[in-house]
Design a protein around this ligand. Sequence first.
Ligand code: PA5
Length: 439
Amino acid sequence: MSLSVSVKNALPFADGSEIMSEIAAAHDTLLSGSGRGNDFLGWVRLPFDYDKEEFKRVKAAAKKIREQSDLLIVIGIGGSYLGARAAIEYISSPNYNMFRKDGTPMIVFAGNSISSDQAQEIIDLTSGMDFSVNVISKSGTTTEPAISFRIFKALCEQRYGAAAKDRIFATTDAARGALKTLADAAGYECFVIPDNVGGRFSVLTPVGLLPIAVAGIDIDSIMQGAADMASKLHVPGEDNPAWQYAAARNALYRKGYTTEIIAAYEPRFRYMGEWWKQLYGESEGKELKGIFPASVDLTADLHSMGQYIQQGLRNIFETVVGFESFRTNVTVPDGDKLDGLDFLVGRPLSEINDMAAKGTALAHVDGGVPNLSVTVEKADAYSFGELVYFFEFACGLSGYTLGVNPFDQPGVEAYKKNMFALIGKPGYEDMRKALLERL
Ligand code: PA5
């Protein structure tokens, strides 16, 4: 089965079919490249048009990293981080480092915070382990990864001397930026983030593909899943799953459902939720508009956030990502009768999980929470490609329907300016004075 969407449990609240003509217009705008932000539409045809020679280099670099390292440090933040982590957790395991295949290195993510503790932990981890570094930054000037790269570049040079250059891989702009200049001067192997692909749409470029390939994941299968999904979604029509999803969420938003919670009943989906939050939050949250994207891990969060979802403020709807089949088949064993669970003996956990999901969805609908569902065959490399492309394409449709430019992020600059002023960056002196008066 390919990816499917069900809006049945949202229909009592809002009917997406009423705004299909707007989704159709957004579809035309997106595919004709005639809308706002059209200089960032490189992701639309990426599953077909990606650079095949560079793809081969990604595989070769991944092999080299696997052969020479016990540890890969992936430095990046936001769109230069979340996709790779989401893929490794979703396709391999949230416990990848514990269960990784023979011959694949441990993978840790750095530069996604300015935390000293996080940096020190990774510094400690490198002792006694051969390591490589993949630094990922389109601009090359983002503070968090730039600080982190200083730390791990120095460590790499201390350990390996001149050979450090064979252990540092830079994923950045094709021609511009501080990282590109530095990488060229030092002789690092470079991979390109295309000009017309924004950070949060870049997981199917070397940004995501290199760390994912190092983890031993089949990146051909990811690209195939994305290409098959793109072929499907480029065809206009009310049965287009991206149309259905974009229409339902915009119809709900107009009825006051301003928060969307993405949920899954598999812990491996957790970082897909983080990736999805950035994709939708950064694409839609602007001009004082946009659905607030949140995520929960179920059933775990039914015991923490479940109360709010069931009975809190009624401005939320949920989108549940589910699977048709599973890799494993653990069943409930015979045991102490006192727990009252004898009726479950021999039943698969997947069946019980599915009943928990179905029961919860109906309880939430009864409690006033519209429910959308997105289902894929199973959690693997192919469905990762499908899901990535599905959510990206639906995001483009949804953003245009909302009336914003889904491909910029002007608001991200505000915190950076304040931070630069407060840490004393030259040129920010007046701003620093004004901010200090307010602290
Ligand atoms: O989606 C985006 O554009 C952002 O999340 C960026 O990816 C993030 O800020 C990192 O930027 P850069 O890759 O330039 O370091």
